[in-house]
Ligand binder design. Structure first.
Ligand SMILES: [Fe+2]
Ligand SMILES: [Fe+2]
Length: 267
């Protein structure tokens, strides 16, 4: 157990606990006012992740790894609970038990996939087994491309229908990312033969181009929403939230690119 373990754990927890905290708020805002029990549960998760986030910033790279193992377990348990909550809410919506609520089923499913991702990352870190690079490249891209495709769909549906140009742009991003996702799934199906360095390198390059333009689109949307220059029912924090998730994906792509380059240099 090293410094690397501590810094990677803190990096994941700092990013994802804030995300989980915000999901709790978005879910709460989408419930009907009579759903007081669900609103309370969402509030409870908000405070749980706010506390975890605070703790993650109190720890440093020099914190005892043993303490971080326990902290990872604590965050893992909270992620498991919010995952179960989101799946239960999804069930209620799909069975039409919350008529008139404002949480899209795909949005709830999406946030539960993010909780599950967070949980898996923590498990891997504590077990000290990270996926081999070529597998990680494909799996992370499959995960994040689908997340990006969903975001484009949410933005398209939450903008006011009268914002025709922006809705159209969001729809184009949705199609672009659906296509990239299918390409990633194809590459995944051709494993391990598809895991050559030139193919993986090209895969990352191609995905990066689209993620950069989606990231810029989200940034513009966020700034326009903040300045109240466009009509939508997008919460300003949701606009910033999806922007940060695109930045996270770019950061991961760059990390993979750097690892591939190091590998090539070593050969
Ligand atoms: Fe999210
Ligand atoms: Fe997301």
């Amino acid at each position: 157990m090293s410094n690397e373990f501590v810094s990677r754990s803190l990096d994941e927890i700092r990013f994802w606990s804030r995300i989980m905290k915000e999901h709790s708020l978005f879910l709460k805002l989408g419930f009907r006012c009579e759903d007081t029990q669900l609103i309370q549960e969402a509030d409870h998760f908000y405070h749980t992740f706010e506390q975890i986030e605070g703790k993650s910033h109190a720890f440093t790279e020099l914190t005892d790894p043993e303490q971080i193992i326990r902290f990872n377990m604590e965050a893992h348990l909270a992620a498991t609970h919010i995952w179960a909550f989101k799946r239960r809410v999804l069930g209620l919506i799909i069975q039409c038990k919350l008529p008139g609520g404002n949480n899209f089923p795909l949005l709830v499913d999406h946030t539960s996939r993010e909780a599950n991702y967070f949980r898996n990352r923590l498990e891997e870190l504590n077990a000290g087994r990270l996926e081999p690079l070529p597998d990680a490249i494909i799996d992370e891209n499959v995960f994040f491309l689908r997340i990006m495709a969903d975001h484009a769909k949410f933005i398209g549906h939450l903008l006011d229908p009268s914002e025709r140009q922006l809705v159209e742009q969001a729809r184009n991003f949705s199609q672009d990312f659906d296509q990239l996702l299918f390409q990633a799934v194809d590459l995944s199906g051709m494993r391990p033969q598809s895991q050559t360095e030139p193919l993986l390198d090209q895969f990352l390059d191609q995905n990066r181009v689209s993620v950069v333009s989606l990231r810029d689109f989200k940034k513009t949307a966020r700034d326009l929403i903040d300045a109240c220059r466009i009509k939508s029912i997008i919460h300003p924090l949701l606009a910033d939230h999806v922007f940060r998730e695109a930045e996270r994906f770019l950061y991961i792509i760059d990390m993979f690119e750097a690892s591939l380059t190091r590998k090539q240099a070593a050969n």
